[in-house]
Each structure stands twice: as structure tokens, then as C-alpha cells.
Design a protein around this ligand. Structure first.
Ligand code: NAD
Ligand code: UD1
Length: 343
């Protein structure tokens, strides 16, 4: 049993991590500034698990808050989800992104170092590969993000590598997520974007529930099997299983390791739409529009490094991702906002 600090634990992926840790018997403390979430997700986590977690309403860029947190607890590990993730917003306001993501991680690592807590799992992204020259993508592909959000992820990866190089007693896992989708099978927690979603699955799901009129398919003239963009969608529960395996992997010995978390299979936009239509039993309107700037034709992982080193493999298929996303969305048409959340 471990004592784990989950930064950004009230968010989409972090809340699923909290469920898994609590069900595994670990103790959980969440620090989240609720900038893109509410405490309703944490209430749901506690309902699902019938266990309590400790919540600190705080910002990881606040060194004083972190100092108190690490003084009050003896953490075995930190799982670091706190960050801003909108590509468009990062182009408009890069300073906000560098401050929040890079400075936030720097403050966290400083506090960890001072408290002699040297185990961290970090949420990186396949976005660090930029537009890949071929697929599937292995971890040794050249990196080169093409927007400020992606560059914050790359800078943080470098920061963690430098920390490890200077002090090889750290245990650092960098996980590069492909496209996390879906929701906990209970339907109690899921993705709840603040504004109109930028990403495909939450967009389709809001069309299905009637919050958005139709899906705009960004381009049908890519060199792919049906002309629409291909991505590696991964069920959030599988993604979290990868984090649990990464924590176990770090227990063996100090190390810094980078792993792709993807299924290894790519699906096109139209295939996702089809699968979602089957899951919700409705025909969903869509229109083909122009390409979105910065989009790759195809991006999917070669997950074999995670398979061999972490003993991890994604289990859920696209149909299951859509079923679980739809269960969450149909049970909570307006996300958490209709649930009297305390944000
Ligand atoms: P999310 O916005 O749902 O969760 C992030 C959480 O962090 C939110 O609850 C937010 O309030 C909190 N937060 C942000 N800045 C903070 C700060 N300075 N201090 C404390 N809390 C703060 O996003 P998510 O989808 O759960 O993503 C989690 C992590 O995974 C992020 O770092 C994101 O960049 C990364 N990631 C996400 C995806 C994806 O598609 N969802 C893909 C690749 C990587
Ligand atoms: C996007 C981000 C990436 C980020 C990731 C997870 C861009 C250019 N990339 O990746 O940096 O790490 O989200 O947050 O923003 N699509 C539509 N219509 C829509 C939405 C998407 O056709 O309304 C298409 C896209 O063109 C793409 C696919 O669906 O082919 C998946 O898009 P999305 O879910 O936004 O993920 P990524 O583009 O992979």
C-alpha cells in the first residue's frame, strides 16, 4: 500500500487514476486548482470506491502550498496530471501555458526534491512527435512539437531528464499518451470539457446527446483508407492501467523511462463516428469541412516497449470506448454541472 499524491486528480484522466489507486488499497491526496474541473468528480470517485481521499484546493505553481503539503505527508509517489491542454489556447496565450505547465512542474519537482520524494509519473503526449514521418511511432522517433502546448510537454520531459542525470536516485516515468477516450464503466466519471470540445470523441458524444448540432469532419482528402485522419484512441481505463504498471516498474530500481501508451491500432474519423452511432443507436449528422491546421494524416503508437517493459497492453476496443463514453454522456448530458458541484 502506498501514499500517492495525484496532481490534477479532479480532471478527466486524474479522476480515473484516483479510482484505480483507491481500489488498489492506496491512500490518495489530490491537489487541483479546479481550473478545468470541479469537486463533483472526486465525490463520484468516492462513491464508486466507497473510500475517502484527501483533497487540497491548490495550485502546483504555488511553492508555499506544496511545501505545506509535503511537510504534512510522506508520499511514496507523485502522479502528475495537472496541466493545461488546449492546443488553440496555447497558441493564443503561450505565457499562460509555460507558466502553468512548465513552472508548475518545476515547483513540484523542487518540493519533491526538498522532501526526498523522488518517484514521479508524468503525463506527456504523443504531440511531442509533431507530424510523424511514418507510423507506427516508437519512443525513439525524433521529437518536435508544433505548438506551445506540445513544447511545454517537451520542455518538461527535458527538465525531468536533467533532474535524473544530476541525481540518478530518481524514479521517473514519462508516459506519452495517444488519444485517451471513454469513461469509467460505472458511468459516474468521464470527460467534461468546459467549453465546446476540441477533440473528436467528446465532440461526437455531445452531438449524440443533442448539445451540438453536427460533427465537422476536418478533411477527407488525407492519404488514409477513407481520406479522414487516423488516430490511436485508447480507453482511459487502459491508460490508467498503464500508470499502475509504470508505478510498479519504478519500484524495481531508480530509472528514467519513456513509454508510449496507445493500442497500436489507428481508426479514422468516420470509423469513430460509425462506432459511436452503433453505441448510441442514433444516426449522427456530419459534414466534411477543410483540414484543421497542424493535423497529421495518421498517428498511432508502436506500444511494444510498454508491452515488454511494463507488462502492459490495452484491452478495450473502439466499440467499448464508445459504449463507455456514451454511458457517461447519456447519464450526464451536461457533465458534472447539473450535479451541484462545488467549483
Ligand atoms: P483535465 O483538464 O481534465 O485535467 C487536468 C486537471 O489539472 C484539471 O482538473 C485542472 O483543474 C488541473 N490543473 C491544471 N493546472 C493546474 C495547476 N496549476 N495546479 C493544480 N491543478 C491544475 O485534463 P486531462 O485530459 O485529465 O489531462 C491530464 C494530463 O494529461 C494533462 O497534463 C494533459 O496535458 C495530459 N494529456 C491529456 C491528453 C488528453 O487527450 N486528454 C492527451 C495527452 C496528454
Ligand atoms: C489533439 C491535439 C494534440 C493533443 C490531443 C489530445 C491538435 C492539432 N492536436 O490531437 O496536440 O495532444 O488532441 O488533447 O489539436 N476531428 C474532426 N472533427 C472534430 C475534432 C477532431 O474531424 O471536431 C479529427 C481530427 O482532424 C483528427 C481526429 O479527429 O483527425 C482526432 O482529433 P483530436 O481528438 O482533436 O485529437 P488529435 O488531433 O490527435
Amino acid at each position: 500500500m502506498s501514499n500517492v499524491l495525484v496532481t490534477g486528480g479532479a480532471g478527466y484522466i486524474g479522476s480515473h487514476m484516483c479510482v484505480e489507486l483507491l481500489q488498489n488499497g492506496d491512500d490518495v491526496v489530490v491537489i487541483d486548482n479546479l481550473s478545468n474541473s470541479s469537486t463533483a468528480s472526486l465525490e463520484a470517485v468516492q462513491r464508486i470506491t466507497q473510500r475517502e481521499l484527501e483533497f487540497v484546493d491548490g495550485d502546483v505553481t504555488d511553492a508555499d502550498v506544496l511545501g505545506l503539503l509535503f511537510a504534512d505527508h510522506r508520499f511514496d509517489a507523485v502522479v502528475h496530471f495537472a496541466g493545461l491542454k488546449s492546443v488553440g489556447e496555447s497558441v493564443d496565450d503561450p505565457i499562460k501555458y509555460y507558466h502553468n505547465n512548465v513552472n508548475g512542474t518545476l515547483c513540484l519537482v523542487e518540493a519533491m526534491s526538498a522532501a526526498e520524494v523522488k518517484t514521479i509519473v508524468f503525463s506527456s503526449s504523443a504531440t511531442v512527435y509533431g507530424i510523424p514521418s511514418k507510423v507506427p511511432i516508437t519512443e525513439d522517433f525524433p521529437t518536435g512539437a508544433i505548438n506551445p502546448y506540445g513544447r511545454t510537454k517537451l520542455v518538461i520531459e527535458r527538465l525531468l531528464e536533467d533532474v535524473y542525470e544530476a541525481d540518478p536516485s530518481w524514479r521517473i516515468s514519462i508516459l506519452r499518451y495517444f488519444n485517451p477516450v471513454g469513461a469509467h464503466p460505472s458511468g459516474e466519471i468521464g470527460e467534461d470539457p468546459n467549453d465546446a470540445p476540441n477533440n473528436l470523441m467528446p465532440y461526437v458524444s455531445q452531438v449524440a446527446v443533442g448539445r451540438l448540432p453536427y460533427l465537422k469532419v476536418f478533411g477527407d482528402n488525407y492519404p488514409t483508407r477513407d481520406g479522414t485522419g487516423v488516430r490511436d484512441y485508447i480507453h482511459v481505463v487502459d491508460l490508467i492501467d498503464g500508470h499502475m504498471k509504470a508505478l510498479e516498474f519504478l519500484e524495481d530500481a531508480p530509472k528514467l523511462a519513456v513509454h508510449n501508451l496507445g493500442t497500436g491500432t489507428g481508426y479514422s474519423v468516420l470509423e469513430v463516428l460509425d462506432a459511436f452511432q452503433s453505441a448510441c443507436g442514433k444516426t449522427l449528422r456530419h459534414e466534411i469541412v477543410g483540414r484543421r491546421p497542424g493535423d497529421a494524416a495518421e498517428s498511432y503508437a508502436d506500444p511494444s516497449k510498454a508491452v515488454s517493459e511494463l507488462g502492459w497492453q490495452a484491452k478495450f476496443d473502439l466499440a467499448r470506448m464508445c459504449e463507455d463514453a456514451w454511458r457517461w454522456q447519456s447519464l450526464h448530458p451536461n457533465g458534472y454541472s447539473s450535479e451541484g458541484s462545488a467549483d
